[in-house]
Design a protein around this ligand. Structure first.
Ligand SMILES: NC(=O)C1=CN([C@@H]2O[C@H](COP(=O)(O)OP(=O)(O)OC[C@H]3O[C@@H](n4cnc5c(N)ncnc54)[C@H](OP(=O)(O)O)[C@@H]3O)[C@@H](O)[C@H]2O)C=CC1
Ligand SMILES: CC(C)(CO)C(=O)C(=O)O
Length: 294
């Protein structure tokens, strides 16, 4: 299988290294010092599951140099998508699958507008990984890529990708519920975490912030329902998920905002408000978080 990874960061570097280590042909779109390091020293991933080192890496800052792919793993941040999408065309053959990994629920539509819906496999990345220096990725935990065809079905190309990634991949008929369920967790938790600076443990233990989170999760559930996705008692299930996370855990949104870096706020909290407005669903908790953070 020929895979092109768009964005060799935490997600792209980790899953790219997994595929390359399993003997698949992998090429990376990268830039700057990271690109130089990939070309000269290769890609290294430190991981509690065992380190990976990929040498002889094919990498470029131009998709035109990478050629068509069976699978494109799209691994840039949401705010970097607009710049990348017009450059996907050289990678797309008749049956190419573009798998989205972005947090939030809007990336599949944005990619479909650029390359055609028939090429898009909505995906969810459950991993904690980050760039630790040029050519180096730190994998902290998790590591499962879930995806499906647009309608939740499987296909020969989805099965081929599942086999290529191995135990760390699954094809899910509930891919849209999975995307929305993760969204229900990250947007309110990320927003409240960014406003307070508190980690998961403190947010869930304080009865007041716990209540704010429960209300924020329920709002995303109502927005999801209005968009045709039933998340059930999402406040209860998402609080249970939060309770199982490490006490010191935080979201990337919180870390990026507090560090003064560009963030995915628009695709997380902003999207809750926007998608709620589109269906006349009030989202007061998320709206306050959005108003403060933007
Ligand atoms: N990291 C994680 O653990 C998880 C992340 N996600 C989601 O996955 C997505 C990717 O996140 P993550 O992997 O953390 O992001 P990273 O910032 O680690 O990686 C993105 C990479 O793409 C590169 N890139 C962006 N635009 C271009 C371009 N035009 N040309 C070449 N390279 C480019 C960036 O380079 P540069 O640094 O130069 O901009 C960077 O190396 C996000 O939507 C995130 O929410 C989901 C689950 C977990
Ligand atoms: C689920 C979580 C919190 C794990 O890193 C995440 O996806 C993020 O922070 O972007």
């Amino acid at each position: 299988m020929r895979t092109v990874i768009i964005g060799a960061g935490g997600v792209g570097g980790y899953f790219g290294a997994l595929l390359a280590s399993a003997g698949h042909e992998v090429a990376f779109l990268a830039r700057g010092a990271h690109l130089d390091a990939l070309r000269t020293r290769g890609l290294r991933v430190s991981s509690p599951d065992g380190d990976m080192a990929v040498t002889g890496v094919r990498a470029s800052d131009s998709t035109a140099e990478l050629g068509t792919a069976d699978v494109v793993l799209l691994c840039v941040k949401t705010w970097q998508l607009d710049a990348v999408l017009p450059h996907l065309k050289p990678l797309i053959g008749p049956d190419t699958a573009v798998v989205t990994t972005q947090n939030g629920v809007e990336a599949p539509d944005a990619v479909a507008a650029a390359v055609g819906r028939e090429h898009v496999l909505p995906g969810v990345a459950r991993v904690i990984a980050r760039i630790d220096g040029p050519g180096v990725i730190a994998h902290v935990g998790g590591g499962v890529l879930t995806f499906a065809e647009w309608d939740g079905g499987s296909s020969p190309r989805a099965e081929a990708l599942r086999e290529a990634v191995g135990a760390r991949a699954s094809v899910s008929p509930g891919i849209w519920s999975e995307l929305w369920a993760k969204f229900a967790f990250i947007a309110p938790t990320g927003g409240l975490g960014a406003v307070t600076g508190a980690a998961f443990g403190e947010l869930r233990d304080d009865p007041d912030t716990r209540r704010v989170l429960a209300d924020g999760y329920a709002e995303v559930g109502a927005v999801a329902a209005a968009h045709g996705v039933d998340l059930g008692d999402v406040a209860a299930s998402t609080l249970a998920f939060l309770d199982a996370q490490p006490e010191q855990g935080t979201t990337s949104l919180q870390r990026d905002i507090i560090a003064g870096l560009p963030s995915e706020l628009d695709a997380w909290t902003g999207a809750v408000v926007r998608l709620g407005e589109a269906k006349d669903v009030p989202t007061p908790v998320n709206r306050v978080l959005w108003s403060v953070l933007k």
